[in-house]
Design a protein around this ligand. Structure first.
Ligand SMILES: [Zn+2]
Length: 247
């Protein structure tokens, strides 16, 4: 990390005096403001999450406070003192993606990190599209940024159809980052499958857990790579009940 620019204290903007005693903020010559904007654009954060920051994450549940604390510490520790990635688990709408994007934004703005955001389903679709003969992008064009980003945000892990191909892609991606010691921040609204009672004959979540969708080997890899952070919501119990009825 560089020491912050003395002219703007790393904010990217300098306050200049204008005539008549007024002041204005102008982009600093160090280019930090432009760099953050470029890095944010390059990260590929979807528009609906663009605004998300750790500062505006709202606390609706005790688990939110704990998750926010973990997120802030992670930003503080990156890059030299992070020992694992994070896997935010919880029902839809509990703020998991907000937290992950908030970390991404803080890393970009405070540390100039090269972050890449991809939704798992979107990533697999983009890869499939490269198999069309007329595709302008190669498989490598799609994969390289995801494999090499300093920090990868992988949103909605375990979503979409589970095919052997999709499993292989996810396995290779996660194994590569594991071997290169490059962290992943993940979110998933699926139960891990750990809490399942193996004696229960008809489990309504059969086939729906992360363990079912990713496989045993990848799950142990994930546990090794990531700290699990549970993000709960007000209607957590009711949410589970609805989910069970739907299938
Ligand atoms: Zn500056």
């Amino acid at each position: 990390m560089d020491t912050p620019c003395p002219a703007c204290s790393g904010t990217g903007f300098r306050i200049v005096e204008q005539g008549g005693g007024t002041t204005a903020a102008v982009p600093c010559e160090c280019g930090v403001a432009g760099r953050s904007a470029r890095l944010l654009r390059a990260a590929g954060i979807p528009r609906r999450y663009e605004h998300c920051s750790l500062a505006d994450f709202e606390i609706h549940d005790p688990s939110h406070q704990a998750a926010l604390q973990v997120a802030r510490e992670w930003v503080e520790r990156w890059p030299d003192r992070v020992e694992h990635g994070l896997l935010f688990l919880g029902e839809p709408g509990t703020g998991k993606t907000h937290l992950a994007v908030g970390i991404a934004r803080a890393l970009i703005e405070e540390k100039g990190a090269r972050v890449v955001f991809r939704e798992q389903r979107q990533l697999l679709k983009e890869l499939q599209a490269t198999f069309d003969s007329g595709s302008a992008r190669s498989e490598w064009d799609v994969l390289a940024p995801v494999l090499e980003a300093e920090v990868l945000v992988l949103d909605d892990l375990g979503a979409g159809r589970t095919t052997p191909w999709a499993r292989d892609v996810m396995h290779d991606l996660i194994a590569h980052r594991y071997n290169e010691r490059l962290p992943i921040l993940m979110t998933s609204n699926r139960p891990t499958g750990e809490e399942r009672d193996p004696r229960a004959p008809a489990d309504p979540l059969e086939g729906m857990t992360l363990r079912d969708r990713l496989g045993e080997a990848m799950m142990s890899r994930l546990y090794e790579m990531c700290l699990i952070v549970h993000v709960r919501g007000k209607d957590f119990r009711r949410g589970v009940l609805h989910a069970r009825h739907r299938f």
